[in-house]
Design a binder for this molecule. Structure first.
Ligand SMILES: [Zn+2]
Length: 172
C-alpha cells in the first residue's frame, strides 16, 4: 500500500495515509432528519436505509482508478433504488448469484465535499459478490466526479482530497 504520512499543504499538520476511501455513514436524507425522529421515520443499518417506507437506499463505492497505484480510490456513498430493485437486493443479499444481476438505476444520495453538487447525480449500481459493496458507475457526464471516474486520478489528487477532508470532516 502506498500509505505514507504527509503534510497538509494548507495547515502543515501531519496527516496519515492518505486514505484510499472516504465513507458516508448514511444517505444525506437520513442525516438531515432530527435524531429524535429517526426511529419513527425509518431504519438505518451499515449497508441499507429505508425512510418512510418509500425511500430505499443502499451503500456502495464510487471507485476511481489511480494511475500511479494498483489500488483504486473510493467514495463510500449511498444511492437510492426503486422499491422493486431494493427488494431484489434484499432477496439476493446472501445469494452468490447476485453478482450476475443487471445493473440497477440509482440516484446518488450524498453531497460529496469538494465537488459541485453531487446529490442526485444519476448512477448505475453494479452488484458484486456476497459481502462486497456494489460498484457505483456515474452517468458519463462532464461533472468533475464523473470525469474523475472516467479518466482516473493520481496519488497527488488522493492527497489533495485527504487535505480537504481533514478540514471538512475533522472528526473522521
Ligand atoms: Zn490542513
Amino acid at each position: 500500500m502506498d500509505q505514507q504520512a504527509f503534510q497538509c499543504s494548507c495547515c502543515g499538520e501531519t496527516l496519515n495515509g492518505p486514505p484510499f476511501a472516504w465513507h458516508f455513514d448514511a444517505p444525506d436524507a437520513w442525516s438531515l432528519l432530527p435524531p429524535e425522529d429517526r426511529a419513527s421515520r425509518g431504519e438505518l443499518s451499515s449497508d441499507q436505509c429505508v425512510i418512510a417506507n418509500q425511500h430505499f437506499f443502499i451503500r456502495g463505492l464510487v471507485e476511481i482508478r489511480i494511475h500511479d497505484s494498483y489500488a483504486p480510490f473510493a467514495w463510500g456513498v449511498w444511492v437510492s433504488l426503486s422499491e422493486a430493485n431494493f427488494a431484489q437486493t434484499q432477496d439476493l443479499w446472501q445469494n452468490s448469484e447476485r453478482a450476475q444481476e443487471p445493473a440497477y438505476f440509482g440516484w446518488l444520495c450524498n453531497s460529496i465535499p469538494g465537488y459541485p453538487e453531487t446529490l442526485h447525480l444519476k448512477t448505475m449500481v453494479h452488484s458484486r459478490g456476497v459481502g462486497a459493496l456494489p460498484y457505483i458507475e456515474l452517468e458519463a457526464t462532464q461533472h468533475p466526479l464523473a470525469l474523475e471516474q472516467q479518466r482516473g486520478i493520481t496519488m497527488e489528487r488522493v492527497r489533495k482530497i485527504a487535505e480537504q477532508m481533514h478540514h471538512r470532516w475533522p472528526a473522521k
